[in-house]
Ligand binder design. Sequence first.
Ligand code: AMP
Ligand code: MG
Length: 499
Amino acid sequence: MQLDDSLAPKGRFVRRYSALPEGVYARVAPTPVSSPGWLHFNVDLAREIGLVPEEWSGPQGLEVLAGNRPVSTGEPIAMAYAGHQFGQWVPQLGDGRAIQIAEVLDAAGRVHGLQLKGAGTTPFSRQGDGRAALGPVLREYLLSEAMAGLGVPTTRALAAVTTGEAVQRQTPEPGAILARVARGFVRVGTFEYFAARGQDQTVREIADLVRSETGIEEAENANPYRGWFERVIAAQADLISRWMSIGFIHGVMNTDNMSVYGETIDYGPCAFMDAFDPNRVFSSIDRQGRYAYQQQPSIGLWNLTRLGESVLSLLGDSTEEAVEWAQGALGRYADQFHRAYDEAFAKKLGFGEANEITRSLVADLLAIMAAQGADFTRTFRDLTPLCTAAREGTAGTLPHFGDAAALMPWAERWQSALYAEGKSSSEPEALMDSVNPRYIPRNHRVQQAIDDCAQRGDLSSFESLLKATTHPFLDNPEFMALANPPEAHEVVRETFCGT
Ligand code: AMP
Ligand code: MG
């Protein structure tokens, strides 16, 4: 039986990245594992990309997703890339524990890379074992699917499986594999790798591929790479503004962890903030706070500048011309970011668009929240009932705000701005509830889900958290407890890569 015929009759496996010349990747197959088992399978995502869920969630699918059985027309590869890690140049990184097993063409003609993270060693593994532990796999599953639920561009989780083998970390831990899906896995560091080796032709070939997949064929201007580079900048500005608007901290924004498709990628020690602090850092390895919450916009530009340097040969006829043009394009990032940020936060306060007034309301609210250590997610969500109360002429309060009285002068200013034109509609409330999530994967809940699974094989906390956070804007009485900030003893202060 042809595996791919039975597992993807509606989809098609194609060769795009894996058709690029050797050297761009290493051909390497997953290392089989002793005893695979299911943790979770994402039926909706399978369907979305054109895989038949009934087949992929069966015994054959399990074998494929554990790396025990090849996709016959797929081409397993580990990609080469370099990167700047915490600002330091590292000439060779690459997929050390991730193997792309296939590229899937969906019904709309879009290609999706399917990668197994934790599938065994590759030529890029260095000292690593090529494996992943259960904790980080469940963590990435929850965080990436919650991001998708929030409407933020991200790599997706198709499945998580156990391997039946232990991996050695600080202590032995159960091994697992995450099957993840992305528009592509090309990173800023991918371009850096080839540019550093003087392989301009390879840089061009990769750029051509990415460009064709993102719909940038021939731009109006004569140089199509310029249109593409502008698109990458705009997508990154937009992505980071969205992270900011939901209190998300990526944690390791190294250039090898930044996708040129504008998707959130490589969920390591990332976290959603509970108590708001603009300088918040979670990652245990980020001692200098390089990737703190409020550093993220400027790190985005730093990384894009490394991309610009790497693709410079494509951006102009001479180096001078290319540099001048690229500097102009990068110079527009700040404006693009601020526009997207202001708009996202204006909506969080119920305003259709941003202006001077919304900007100052947002800045003042964030300052009060920081001073009070107010819960980021809860504060914004609780503005809706406050607004309803004001509209109905009743007394409102903010149950999770600490000293709510300190906020009241701000709240009055906000409400008079909101209803300045004599509006009395509930429109702003509906807008706020569509952008301010009730549920995020809070750190203590993620940890609980991992612990329950690792210690007792109990996936119920994982399932509940996944269900709540993939529909983050819907109040669900079943999951109300998941919306609460952590109690003092539950607060998670630090997160780990776990690699
Ligand atoms: P990350 O910190 O996850 O972005 O990974 C940085 C680099 O280390 C990448 O090249 C990874 O492929 C590699 N790496 C991380 N964990 C492992 C592992 N367990 N085995 C092999 N390589 C790894
Ligand atoms: Mg990485």
